[in-house]
Design a protein around this ligand. Structure first.
Ligand SMILES: CC(C)(COP(=O)(O)OP(=O)(O)OC[C@H]1O[C@@H](n2cnc3c(N)ncnc32)[C@H](O)[C@@H]1OP(=O)(O)O)[C@@H](O)C(=O)NCCC(=O)NCCS
Length: 227
């Protein structure tokens, strides 16, 4: 479903469960070393999402390779590739794009995707991640459109912001560094950056435009930054 939120130049792959058998057997040795001490569920999501990423990279004509995290957890993509990965119970997804598209006039320079269950955030989390204005908006949206957990969707949008922002300039934004506005009608959202955003080809990003979807018990968000 994540492909519905992304332009056609972005390759995606997703899985709704993990294949049977040891997860580490599906990883390169250097990837398996990263999760060697992790619980089995973490090894499974880590392996399955990397299989998704390699499928998506293959769709771009790129060979399989290890996908290792940087010190803050961001995936290190092959040269000339940007991408993002997410996992939550019942869903794993990866999205990748090449940064060199000769035929295209604009190219993708950053991607952020996030999946969450369409369920309330745990007690206290909304207070930690949302401003008073965002909380008021969430309360109103929950009254008007109770089929979507807007608190969780706001959280997901901020996770997508983080996944776009960090790889661009290695800044780790806090939840108070973006003001998210969720639009109930058209499946779009905006994130106003409240501290100086990353520079992309000389342009300082001040606002990110994202898309969201509620489907099959999942909430999905995605942000694409173009050149
Ligand atoms: C890193 C983080 C964004 C992951 O989000 P999550 O909803 O917990 O988990 P998801 O399953 O959706 O995403 C995990 C994947 O994100 C990717 N990721 C991790 N750190 C990342 C980073 N610094 N930059 C980009 N992507 C990152 C990884 O691919 C990871 O999967 P992997 O470890 O199997 O490779 C989150 O844990 C975090 O640290 N947030 C920081 C605070 C924040 O979000 N601030 C909001 C600013 S507006």
């Amino acid at each position: 479903v994540i492909e519905r939120l992304l332009p056609s130049s972005v390759a995606t792959a997703a899985a709704f469960d993990d294949p049977p058998g040891p997860a580490t057997a599906r990883l390169y040795p250097e990837e398996a070393a990263v999760v060697a001490d992790a619980v089995e569920s973490r090894q499974r999501e880590f392996a399955t999402v990397r299989n998704c990423a390699r499928q998506a990279l293959a769709d771009l004509g790129l060979p399989p390779s290890p996908l290792l995290p940087d010190p803050r957890g961001a995936p290190r993509w092959p040269p000339g590739v940007v991408g993002s990965m997410t996992h939550c119970p019942g869903y794993r997804a990866a999205a990748v794009a090449t940064t060199t598209a000769p035929a295209a006039t604009t190219t993708v320079v950053a991607l952020g995707i996030d999946a969450e269950p369409n369920a309330p955030l745990p007690e206290g989390v909304l207070d930690a991640v949302a401003s008073a204005e965002e909380r008021a908006s969430v309360a109103r949206l929950l009254r008007e459109h109770p089929d979507v957990r807007w608190d969780r969707l706001l959280f997901s949008a901020k996770e997508s912001v983080f996944k776009v922002w960090y790889p661009l300039n290695r800044h780790t934004p806090g939840f108070d560094e973006a003001a998210v506005h969720l639009s109930p009608k058209d499946g779009r959202f905006t994130a106003q950056l409240l501290t100086p955003g990353p520079r992309v080809f000389g342009r300082q990003l001040q606002r990110l435009n994202g898309r969201w979807l509620s489907r099959s018990g999942l909430l999905l968000t995605a942000i694409t930054v173009w050149q």
